[in-house]
Structures are given as structure tokens and as C-alpha cells.
Design a binder for this molecule. Sequence first.
Ligand SMILES: NC(=O)c1ccc[n+]([C@@H]2O[C@H](COP(=O)([O-])OP(=O)(O)OC[C@H]3O[C@@H](n4cnc5c(N)ncnc54)[C@H](O)[C@@H]3O)[C@@H](O)[C@H]2O)c1
Length: 447
Amino acid sequence: MDREPLGVIGAGWVGLVTAACFAELGHQVTVRDVLPERIAELEAGRVPIYEPGLAELVNRNRERLRFTLSIGDVFEDARIAFVCVGTPALYSGDADLAAVWHVLDELPEFEERSILVMKSTVPVGTGEKVRHELDSRGLAHVGYVSNPEFLAEGTAVRDFTNPDRVVVGSFAEADGDAVAALYAPLDAPFVRTDIASAEMIKLASNAFLATRISFINEIANVCEVTGADVVDVARGMGLDHRLGPHFLRAGLGYGGSCFPKDVSALKQLAGNSGYHFQLLNAVIEVNELQKRRVIGKLTKHLGELRGKTVALLGLAFKPDTNDLREASSLVLASRLLAEGARVRAWDPVSLEDARPLLRGAELVESVEDALRDADAAVLVTEWKELRALPTPGNAALMRNALLVDGRNMLDPDAARAAGFAYEGIGRASSVLRAVGEADVPEPDLRA
Ligand SMILES: NC(=O)c1ccc[n+]([C@@H]2O[C@H](COP(=O)([O-])OP(=O)(O)OC[C@H]3O[C@@H](n4cnc5c(N)ncnc54)[C@H](O)[C@@H]3O)[C@@H](O)[C@H]2O)c1
């Protein structure tokens, strides 16, 4: 099965998954990155990110994948190239489009009609600006399509091959048809639209998911002061077909490379266009405070944190990835260190990546090493390895067996039966019985 050759610009999560999945569908794919070490790793058969199933997919399709540092190679055979470069947040909160503009600056002379497909998440209006730039450089024969990506890290390969929808926004119908045809084997619903709407679908989807998370976190906080249990509340809400069960899990708040920056980018985009997006301000603020509430839970049991040892279990922003971008663990570790606590941190896959980001924390290779003689443990990332955490043996390892389950992953009764004082998010607290001042009031974190 020979299908048309494709190009992919940017070999990160989105680029590598896009390239490997299209190679699996029978395309020859040339993947370009600007990082020589990344390309060298890929050429040597190593996938530089942790994403379940991706390394196998890349290796199975080695014959169809070519990795390069040269943008010229991308367009040697391919007429369609996906732009998958990073669009992180600037200090102002706007999306940083430097990598996107860099790609445009480097484009070679095109003789044949070609299509640039934007998979990176970009502010509404970017496509219009790119079109203008292409036209002013005499590249009117280069088409532009917006095809935002909705994969989630940890399930990226499955999400790419079984998408809920494929969004294709285009200026010219024929360009949209050409891109949509690539996805035909996936048998997914298509949303064909204009460029601005395609760009907005991505930003609005992420902002809405983040809103659900902040909403259930606020419900959890009210549950804590009213005696309700947010896990039961979320289940009861989620069975309503108008609401659905997803993204109703209370916890430490959202992190990662997408939600924080995309929510902020949409807020700034609205502001720059003269609209004050009030709801998103609250979503962002609730998310910030949610991570810090853990400090209150710890001081409630331990009193002063100065000199206390706190184990952070899980560092990646979610399980099944080594991505630490905007991870809750980073905020928690900094807050704990600022309070004078000792921080011991464990993660099954991201310890090396964490080292430069967690200066001042001790990084350990096993959960047991993290727990030994600790005054408290905080479950930060719901790695499956942590399901086995609540055992009497683990409780006995700790100087003080206080467990704050920041993801409501564990059964509170089982944790208490194993000897832990258990604190979840939005659930009844354990009776205070830990070291230090037992009845230090929870600080007002909104002050
Ligand atoms: N990670 C996700 O879960 C996810 C999901 C959906 C959408 N997105 C969006 O997709 C885009 C990419 O995200 P990511 O997580 O894959 O980013 P990433 O940071 O993992 O990868 C981006 C890659 O692009 C490379 N790059 C930068 N400039 C380049 C250039 N001029 N030419 C070639 N390569 C270049 C970088 O070296 C890096 O390897 C972002 O806009 C992001 O918001 C990400």
C-alpha cells in the first residue's frame, strides 16, 4: 500500500505521533526537527519521549520514516507538510509563535502546489496572518490548512488513530479535501470549516475541559467544608447524559504543556481583541489555588513544615508521560521548599528530566525510599504503581504516616485500615493525630 509522501515539522509529542501514525497508514514521512540530538536519537532508533506504544510504532515503521535537520528534505518528496512545532506561553500569557514564524522564514522555493497544515495550537487569526505572509512572499501557490490536534499525552497513539473528530479548516476547499483524504482510513467524523473556526475549536475545547476541572475542584473544596464526598458527587453528576463523566475528577488542578498555556492564550486573545473573558480568569485562579491547598492540608496535620520531610509521589503532569511542563509537582515542591520542608521526590519515568527543575529536592528511585522516615506523603501523579501504596508496611516506613491523595486515587478506608491518616481532595478528613500541633487552623489561601 503506497500512499502519498508527507512531511512533519517538529519531532515532539504531536509531530512524532503524527509521523508514526501516518507511516503506519502507509505513508513515507520525513520528520524535521531543529535539535541535532533529537534527530540523532531518532536515527539511532531511540524515541526521546515516553509515550506508550510510540517507540514500537516508530520502530515498526522505520522503513517509512526519515529523520532530518533540513527543511529542504521535508519538501523533497512531500507536497503536504504538518507543522507541529511548540507554541508555549510567553511571559505575557500570549502564545509564542516564534517557532511557527521560523518555519515560514525557512520555507524553500516551491515549484509545485504544496500545503502547509497547522497542527500546532495557535491563536485565532494566525492562519490569516500566515496566508498574508505567504502571499506577500510570492507563495500564493502554497495552500494553508488548520488541522488542530486533540491527542492527550499518555494515550496519544490511540487518540490519533481513534479521534472523536478530525477538524479541517481551509481557505481553499481543495486543500481541505486533500488533508481530509489523509484521515479517511480512520473513519472519524469530520468538521470542515473556515480557518478561524478551526483555530477556535481547539482553544475552546481545551478551555472548556479546564473549566470542568476547576469547577469540580471548587465543588470539592465546598464538599470539604460541608461534609459531602466529591467522588460520589462527581459520579452522580456524570451519569447525567447532558453532563457526561469526563473531566469531573477533583484533584490538584490541571497542568501539562497544553491546558495552562491554551487557557491563558485564549484569555489573552480575547483581551487583545477587547473582550474581558471573566470565566477564564476564575478557571486559572482556581487552578493556581488548588495546588497550594495541599500545603494547608499538610500544616493542618503537621503544624510548621520547617524541617519536616514530605515525599512527593509522581512528578510528571499526568501518568504515562515523562512530560513535566507545568506539572503540579513543580509548584508543590517549590512551595514546600519555601516553607523550609525537605522534599523527597519519586517518579517512575521522569526523574532525570526532573533533576534540573527540582533543585533542592532529593530524587529517589523507589516509593519506599521516598516514604522512609517521611512526615507526610503527597500522591501527585496517579501512576498505577501507587495503587499498591496503602499497605501497613509502607505506613510503618514513615515517621508519620500522613497521606495526602492529591488525585483521589486510593480508597480512603483501605488507606486508613493500612495505618495512614488519609486526606483526599473534597472528601472527609482523617481525625488529626499526627505530629506537631494538631489543631493549627487551615490558612486562608485566598488572602
Ligand atoms: N503535547 C500535547 O499533548 C499536545 C496535544 C495537542 C496539541 N498540542 C500542540 O501541538 C504543538 C506541539 O506540541 P508538542 O507537545 O508536540 O511540543 P514539543 O515541544 O514536544 O515539540 C515541538 C518540537 O518542535 C521542534 N521545533 C521547534 N522549532 C522547529 C522548527 N523551526 N523546525 C522543526 N522543528 C522545530 C522542537 O525542537 C520540538 O522537538 C503545540 O502547539 C501544542 O500546543 C500538543
